[in-house]
Design a protein around this ligand. Structure first.
Ligand code: DGL
Length: 262
């Protein structure tokens, strides 16, 4: 694959994939990025596996035809844990997925108590349970499914006020104490959650390591497409919503912080 200004499509149900996009931009600032948010079907955490599979395949077919990407990043755990294999069968373009970072979390935990915070769908998946069986390294791993965090993260990026109490309610089940040991590592198994990291730290009952897989995903992208030569020919990134709605002014302001221009 050519290393010269490849087109990288970053895809999520909404704005969470921006946390992955920003890490890839750091390593390949010369690439042409297309960020696609499937806002029409957001949140994916509420779709059945069949609905999600059908939806992502249909949207992906359209995006590939329009943008001809050299590589696609499915920046969504809820989708990756169910659609990746099928996407790789149907399309020839390489896909990089985002799946719960259970292996590095268990390797890093000192207390051997790890929580995995994802959408209700992600934590219910067989894929996630297999990761714990294969890479749990004897740690006590607790799965916590959140109903509302992805929606709260979208609200925050759209300039709305969100309450610390609402966040605390969602993350508190991740913090466990057993036989004098406490959870010390929490996997951010939804790409929306790093958007709330400041708030998580504010309401956390004790400090923990939050494991965000985005830097590792960016490295995987570079392993596949190589390092760029220079940023001289940098092309502006494209941001699009599947609803075709224009981004509202407050969202546009937030997106500028992620390097998009309007
Ligand atoms: N950003 C998505 C993820 O990583 C999920 C949010 C949703 O429910 O759509 O799982």
């Amino acid at each position: 694959m050519t290393a010269a200004s490849p087109t990288i499509l970053v895809f999520d149900s909404g704005l969470g994939g921006l946390t992955v996009h920003r890490e890839i931009v750091k390593l390949r600032p010369d690439a042409r990025f297309v960020y696609a948010a499937d806002d029409e079907a957001f949140p994916y955490g509420r779709l059945s596996e069949v609905e999600l599979l059908t939806r992502v395949i249909a949207v992906m077919a359209g995006l590939i035809e329009t943008h001809r990407p050299d590589l696609i990043v499915i920046a969504c755990n809820t989708a990756s844990t169910i659609v990746l294999a099928e996407l790789r069968t149907r399309f020839t373009v390489p896909f990089v997925g985002t799946v719960p970072a259970i292996k590095p979390a268990c390797a890093a935990s000192q207390t051997r108590m790890v929580s995995v915070l994802g959408t209700e769908a992600t934590v219910a998946r067989e894929y996630t349970k297999a990761l714990i069986r294969d890479f749990g390294q004897g740690c006590d791993v607790t799965l916590i499914g959140s109903k509302r965090l992805a929606v709260l993260a979208e609200a925050l990026l759209n300039g709305e006020d969100i309450d610390d109490e609402d966040i605390a309610e969602e993350i508190m089940p991740c913090f466990l104490e057993k036989d004098g040991a406490r959870t010390d590592t929490i996997v951010l198994a939804c790409t929306h959650y790093p958007l709330l990291l400041e708030r998580f730290n504010r309401v956390a009952p004790w400090p923990v390591t939050w494991l965000d897989p985005a830097p590792a995903i960016a490295k995987r992208v570079v392993a596949l497409i190589g390092h760029g030569e220079s940023v001289a020919g940098a092309v502006p990134s494209i941001f699009l919503l599947t609803s075709k709605r224009p981004a509202a002014p407050l969202l546009q302001a937030a997106l500028r912080g992620f390097g998009f221009s309007f």
